[in-house]
Write a protein that binds this ligand. Structure first.
Ligand code: XCC
Ligand code: SF4
Length: 648
């Protein structure tokens, strides 16, 4: 068994892992170790279960079968598996977007929900060619219906494709990957990967790219835009994160998952005077809400609700013994939670039609009665407070301050000053070399890796080299827990140029843009940088790179593909499951760039991965005839340098 310190670099997790071991509570880390050795065929992408002539597996060493029973090769099998991952990931983000569109429609027709950002509603209506002078609810209805129509659209192009840089759109049309409709592309991807379907690796991957673009420039972007319209566009705010935000004095409610539709109402319910009074009557000081994963990021961005932790801390939050209710919606929720909760007084409450958990109480969110349902759930938590066994409470005393709430709209008020709403100052900072470039670092935790260590080591290396970082999801929470999302972090961690920029505008060197669907905000920031001028004609020209050091989900695969297809050089800390298919691996890490400008790299060492990104940024600076970085930081030699394993 790895020690707590080998399992995580987060001091709160380390402390709790000591506690869970002592209490004999099994966590994802334990189960991961019990799973070893994990199946090499699966890791290499060489196992096919797409029909029951199989399962088939290709021998990567060439001693056994080189084709499946139907004749599918390693490249075909690995490409099909990968595209099915893209389809699943895109469906998750996109179905979330569909639910937000439905909630907007309910708001328009009259429900507990209301349009909170009318200006953004009107801007989007105008962009989509709708009559933007209509009264707000009529317009909300029209926008919601137009958004929902994007899912079932059969022909033509998704509306947000028109937002991409012209050259990027041209590339997509030439490659035949412009998404027609969101659902259509997901169905197409599933269809063609059926037994006896598409067997040509590049053709399969093209369909995967079209599906991924339907996520990034479709479902995810719809989710972001409509969530802003419904629940307001974020502005910068301060909050705190890590398990120490749980306070034993309070009724503690933890919300976990992805969709903000219920959690927004839970926020309102926790402020209900009658419920606060009930909490007092049970001896609690207050009703406190905290989040895990992207539900956390959603309510952090708009309400400053503290974040209890990222993906690998969901079990640890319950193990504090101080959580009255763990309320889950969908995605990234471990089924183990109900078992851990059963060892404490904690109630696990599932709320999504799409996700029930054995052992959990199910209280389904009905949008037509959302506030009452949220109040019912909060009441359950309060009533549970007296059942807490305080002798078993163990809360690690760690929490860090953070700044969040950046968007494609307000990042320029940050970087340009309030009087000049333009990306000019950001572009100028890059052109002059004060900023070397920009990086997007996103993604999950993975119990195969030491929790957060990949995120933090990569962020430190990028910041020291004057690379401004934007982030979402579990990386954002990892960075925040380590104090990197505070303006002060620039002084401690950033190179001289980045420090100058951060000081001048008072921003952190790592900018939190929200949940994983909000990677669509990053697409828009990159697009706006191209439009501002001086940094090339497409996203692929920008001195910028992307990474997911600890990714694990199918959503991350979809994100990786729309990033690459949009022109981003994208470094993954765990290889895609393709390495048993040499042709496919070579295509994804090299040849794909010809059509799209972006490509993948696999590098498990986070500092080496950051250097790949910086080298790419420097190459783009050269190609744009920009000067070298204003303050060059030579790579510090590392003792571990030679020990770094090669790609993947
Ligand atoms: Fe899930 Fe979005 Fe991954 Fe975190 S980063 S583990 S997908 S919560 Ni999206
Ligand atoms: Fe085997 Fe082909 Fe069936 Fe896959 S589709 S399980 S490779 S026979």
């Amino acid at each position: 068994m790895r020690s707590p310190q080998e399992r995580s670099v987060d001091p709160a997790s380390v402390e709790m892992l000591g506690h869970t071991a002592a209490e004999k509570i099994t966590t994802a880390w334990d189960r991961q170790e019990a799973m070893e050795p994990q199946c090499g065929f699966g890791q290499l992408g060489l196992c096919c279960r797409n029909c029951v002539m199989g399962p088939c597996r290709i021998d990567p060493f060439g001693d056994g079968p080189s084709e499946g029973i139907c004749g599918a090769t390693a490249d075909t099998i690995a490409a099909r598996n990968l595209v099915r991952m893209i389809a699943a990931g895109s469906s998750a983000h996109s179905d979330h977007g569909r639910d937000v569109a439905h909630t907007l429609l309910m708001a328009a027709k009259g429900s507990d929900y209301q349009v909170k950002d009318e200006a953004k509603l009107r801007r989007l209506a105008a962009e989509w060619g709708l009559d933007d002078t209509k009264p707000v609810n009529e317009l909300a209805k029209a926008v919601a219906e137009a958004a929902m129509a994007q899912f079932g659209q059969q022909e033509g192009e998704l509306a947000f494709v028109a937002r991409a840089p012209a050259l990027t759109q041209k590339r997509w049309r030439e490659a035949g990957v412009v998404p027609r409709g969101i659902d259509r592309e997901i169905v197409d991807a599933m269809h063609r990967t059926h037994v006896g379907g598409d067997s040509d690796m590049t053709s399969i991957i093209s369909a995967g790219i079209r599906t991924a673009l339907a996520d990034g420039w479709g479902g995810s972007m719809i989710a972001t835009e409509l969530t802003d319209i419904l629940f307001k566009t974020p502005t910068w705010l301060r909050s705190r994160t890590n398990l120490g935000v749980i306070d034993a004095k309070n009724v503690n409610i933890v919300v976990h998952g992805h969709e903000p539709i219920l959690s927004e109402m839970i926020v309102a319910a926790t402020q209900d005077a009658e419920l606060v009074e009930l909490a007092h009557s049970k001896g609690a000081e207050n009703i406190a809400l905290a989040g895990i994963c992207c539900t956390a990021n959603e309510i952090l961005m708009r309400h400053g609700i503290p974040v209890a932790g990222n993906f690998l801390q969901q079990e640890l939050a319950i193990a504090t013994g101080a959580v009255e209710a763990m309320i889950v919606d969908i995605q990234c929720v471990m089924p183990s939670l109900s078992k851990i909760a059963s060892g404490f007084h904690t109630k696990m409450i599932s709320t999504s039609k799409k996700a029930k958990f054995p052992g959990a109480v199910h209280i389904e969110l009905e949008e037509s009665d959302a506030l009452n349902i949220a109040k019912k759930i909060v009441r359950e938590a309060i009533e549970n407070f007296p059942n807490r066994d305080s002798s078993r409470v163990k809360i690690p005393n760690y929490s860090s301050p953070l700044v969040a709430g950046f968007t494609a709209e307000n990042i320029f008020t940050a970087l340009g000053g309030r009087y000049r709403p333009s990306y000019r100052p950001l572009n100028d900072a890059i052109i002059s070399g004060r900023l070397r470039g920009a990086a997007a670092v996103v993604g999950c935790n993975n119990p195969k890796l030491q929790q957060d260590s990949g995120h933090l080591a990569m962020l430190r290396e990028l910041l020291a080299n004057d690379v401004l970082v934007v982030t979402t999801g579990c990386t954002a929470i990892a960075g925040a827990k380590a104090g990197m999302l505070c303006p002060e972090a620039a002084i401690e961690l950033a190179g001289e140029g980045l420090q100058e920029v951060c000081r001048a505008v008072g921003i952190p060197p790592v900018l939190h843009l929200g949940a994983c669907v909000d990677i669509s905000r990053i697409l828009m920031i990159l697009t706006n940088m191209v439009a501002e001028g001086g940094l090339g004609d497409e996203i692929a020209d920008l001195p910028a790179a992307a990474a997911a050091p600890e990714w694990m989900s199918e959503k991350a695969v979809a994100i990786g593909f729309y990033a690459v297809a949009s022109g981003a050089y994208t470094v993954l800390g765990q290889p895609l499951p393709v390495q048993g298919a040499p042709g496919l691996t070579h295509y994804l890490c090299e040849d794909i760039a010809e059509a799209f400008g972006g490509k993948f790299a696999f590098q498990s060492d986070p500092v080496a991965a950051a250097r790949l990104m910086i080298d790419h940024i420097d190459a783009r600076r050269d190609a744009l005839h920009l000067p070298g970085p204003m303050y060059e930081v030579p790579y510090a030699p590392r003792a571990a340098e030679e020990a770094v394993p090669a790609a993947g």
